[in-house]
Write a protein that binds this ligand. Structure first.
Ligand code: CAA
Length: 258
């Protein structure tokens, strides 16, 4: 299997765990880390043995942002020519379900990485924020767009303009976070949720994810029509036959992921 310098890849049955591993920089997301995380997830996406991915960091920091030291001296032409942060966007093109397990700081690019996942499970100690304004910049990995869609204009403006941090309870109340659990249980809880997802039909979970994401791109009539077409399409899978037969026969379905 590919060896990585800045992340760890572990397989737990049908779940893959990707752990950011730059403790000396609170998992600051430099280009090398970004490239590795995107490459690893892209390789896992079509793997028939893997049904869900958990992305996590350390107990103290999911990720404290894009790497400020790497960016500090960059000029406009360098940022533009390399299209800085463009590669992160590839994560959002993957079809496999992805959960962010957030303990400690998820700031700037760290918060934006968590928001690129399908949902966030947070420890009680989690701190979310977009503090870029303190550095004389603004969010650059989708924060102004995804945070606003997640929590609405009032809180997004508050966080992005003041740079303040938001705790786990406020984040859950605002709709940024799906579940809050005791800090020491956050990875276990995310792995458990991922295992549940990975036990379902992989193509159907991917299609369900696509349907939910369409809600952010389409109007209601178009979105509901799109969903209905997707619903029709899963009747081409063996797993639909198995799932419905198992219900009728009062047994557990044995999905074959096709
Ligand atoms: N980039 C580079 N290094 C970082 C970093 C970052 N985003 N965040 C932390 N580090 C480094 C620190 O420089 C420090 O390194 P040294 O020991 O070599 O000095 C080490 O990680 C530990 O950090 P602290 O000593 O600061 O730890 P703390 O517990 O005192 O504070 C913190 C924790 C409040 C998270 C603080 O580190 C902090 O404010 N970090 C920066 C947060 C931030 O501004 N993030 C946004 C980055 S810009 C961005 O993300 C743009 C975008 O939209 C994509």
């Amino acid at each position: 299997e590919t060896q990585y310098q800045n992340i760890l890849l572990e397989r737990h049955g049908r779940v893959a765990q990707l752990t950011l591993n730059r403790p000396e920089a609170l998992n600051a997301l430099n280009k090398a880390t970004m490239d590795e995380l995107v490459a690893a997830a892209t390789e896992l996406d079509p793997d028939p043995e893997i049904g869900a991915i958990v992305i996590t960091g350390s107990a103290k920091a999911f990720a404290a942002g894009a790497d400020i030291k790497e960016m500090a001296a960059q000029d406009y032409m360098e940022m533009y020519a390399q299209d800085w942060f463009r590669n992160w966007e590839n994560l959002t093109r993957l079809r496999i379900p992805m959960i962010a397990a957030v303990s400690g700081f998820a700031l700037g690019g760290g918060c934006e990485l968590a928001m690129m996942c399908d949902f966030i499970i947070a420890g009680e100690n989690a701190k979310f924020g977009q503090p870029e304004i303190n550095l004389g910049v603004l969010p650059g990995m989708g924060g102004s767009q995804r945070l606003t869609r997640a929590v609405g204009k009032a809180k997004a403006m508050d966080l992005i303009l003041t740079g303040r941090f938001m705790g786990a309870e406020e984040a859950e109340r605002s709709g940024l976070v799906a579940r809050v659990v005791p800090a020491e249980e956050v990875v276990a809880e995310a792995l458990k949720a991922a295992e549940v997802i990975a036990s379902k039909s992989k193509p159907v979970t991917m299609i369900a994810k696509e349907a939910v994401n369409a809600a952010f791109e389409m109007g209601l009539v178009q979105g509901v029509t799109y969903e209905r077409r997707l619903f029709h399409s899963v009747f081409a899978t063996e797993d639909q036959k198995e799932g419905m037969s198992a219900f009728v026969e009062k047994r557990t379905p044995d999905f074959k992921h096709r």
